[in-house]
Design a binder for this molecule. Sequence first.
Ligand SMILES: Cc1ncc(COP(=O)(O)O)c(C=O)c1O
Length: 376
Amino acid sequence: MPVPLFDTHTPLMPLKEEILERIGEVIDDTRFILGPNVSAFEQEFAGYVGADHAIGVANGTDAITIALRAMGVGPGDEVIVPSFTFYASAEAIPPTGATPVFCDIDLETFCVTADTVRAALTPRTKAVIAVHLFGNVAPVAEIEALGVPVLEDAAQAAGSISDAGRPGSLGSAATFSFFPSKNLGGFGDGGAITTSDPDLADRVRMLRFHGSRDKVTYDHIGYNSRLDELQAAILRVQLPHLDAWASGRRAAAGHYAAAGLGDLVALPAAVASCDPAWHLYVVRDPRADELAQALSAAGIGNKAYYRTAVHLQPAMARYRSAVELPATEEAARTHLAIPMSAVLSAEQAAEVTQAVRAAAQGREPTAPGPAREAVA
Ligand SMILES: Cc1ncc(COP(=O)(O)O)c(C=O)c1O
């Protein structure tokens, strides 16, 4: 039985009629830019994450640039960012005029920690981007305790929760992506910035709208970066279902554990006091590329998302420093995403686990086995 890497179609099918109705209403209303659905979604999403403000923007990459600028980041500043993340987490920094400074991650959780951030701090550090990678929740309070403001990159963490609150309510500000494959995904690009700081929210609102409040006076060099009314209408239908979908993702992780996957490869660990809505389910294996080939041959979806860490990407060459990133390099070499969705069943998890087991058994006997290395 083939198992796809993700399934965004099945959870949306019961909502199709309602979504079509909402789209029809937007067409009749004709307020396509910053209309009533954007305002309503902003209120509903802020309420969901537990922040005072949510501001819709065009995508999760713009969200980071705009949030950093609203936090006062500019030329001459440094922004600490993990290198094991989607490229956009770092790509969004240079447009502010600031310099990305790469830090390491914790290998078990794939997230930054206070220690990995501390190693990259300098007097020029203006902010830290804590990426809640794969739906895990980075320890924001511990990083803030270092005395530096935190921007949460929560693109992959809608639906996750920690004892301190939801991603989006933990740092000075947070950014989200509503790219279609995300835990809360639109039917095109979209993003949002959340914050409980009213002045920061005000600056974000201006920056997304050409640096203006009224399209008459322009106070800043801003952006044309707004969440579309159509996307907001679609996201409003989905938001009430996000928690149920998040539970489905947690259940899927439980199915993998119950099937014994942890005996074969290293499973991702949740950060302390957090309950991730796994966006991607990423395991580690010392021979990840061989495992990928075997899974593909068995019809099991898989993907090495970040085989080349961001600091080693050609465009980032000028920002490389002497800082060593051993966990990042190991994660880049050994990670592999396997099927995950809100509707991944116990049978599918067992099928994937069986394919991983078969791949391990098919290996050269002299080679080190994944279970031994994963546990070490
Ligand atoms: C961790 C992370 N940050 C930022 C982004 C950028 O979001 P977008 O694709 O909406 O620009 C993404 C998603 O693609 C992401 O996964």
